[in-house]
Design a protein around this ligand. Structure first.
Ligand code: 5GP
Length: 193
């Protein structure tokens, strides 16, 4: 998505440790007009795919998923990062290793909000090693719902999350794929899509 690539080039900051900071429009301040363009583009990319719910993960996924969901006219459920898991069987749980914080979280979704009838689109801001997406997919599988696709705003193509999911036959669409980035020069190279 050219608009997004241009914005990343203009406002993205490449940090050491393969981290791309896009706080000025995606992860802290949010450019809602741009998010609307994400919504239109995901709707186009998943045209004809039956989707009745969007699943994302707190915190950065929520704003994006909420705007994108308006184009699909479906509710959004977000997985919560939880300190304490209820052991009463009322929640689906999965462990996710955070790429940016280098720690493992338990994430939970109430069983009330996912069922075997659901056809789910997973939405998230970034894909690096794929842990966040895989954690959400584990929860979908546990619930008996169907995973219909994964929509990512920025995929770092030099990390293997996207490849791992596509190798499993999962329909992954990323609005921008960064193939290389250099913290010393700030240079960012995008994959032609
Ligand atoms: P993964 O689980 O695929 O390794 O990493 C994805 C998660 O880590 C995303 O939900 C995102 O919040 C965070 N993340 C991974 N890489 C980056 C990055 O380069 N920049 C930012 N801002 N977040 C990232």
């Amino acid at each position: 998505m050219k608009l997004l690539e241009d914005r990343i080039r203009k406002d993205g900051v490449v940090k050491e440790g393969n981290v791309l900071k896009v706080d000025s429009f995606l992860n802290h301040q949010m450019d809602i007009e741009l998010f609307n363009e994400f919504g239109k583009e995901f709707k186009r990319l998943f045209e004809g795919v039956e989707i009745n719910k969007i699943l994302t993960i707190e915190a950065s996924g929520i704003g994006i998923a909420a705007i994108v969901a308006q184009y699909f006219k479906v509710p959004v459920v977000f997985a919560k990062k939880s300190q304490s898991i209820n052991l009463d069987g009322s929640q689906y749980t999965s462990k996710i290793e955070s790429f940016t914080h280098k720690r493992v979280y338990d994430v939970i979704v109430s069983k009330k909000y996912l069922s075997p009838d659901d056809k789910i689109l997973v939405i998230d801001d970034f894909m690096a090693n794929g842990c966040a997406a895989e954690g959400l997919i584990n929860i979908i599988e546990e619930s008996g719902a169907t995973l219909q696709g994964v929509g990512i705003v920025i995929e770092k193509g030099f990390q293997d999350g996207g490849k791992r999911l596509r190798d499993r036959g999962i329909h992954v669409e990323s609005l921008a794929i960064v193939d290389a980035m250099d913290a010393s020069t700030g240079e960012i190279t995008f994959r032609e899509q």
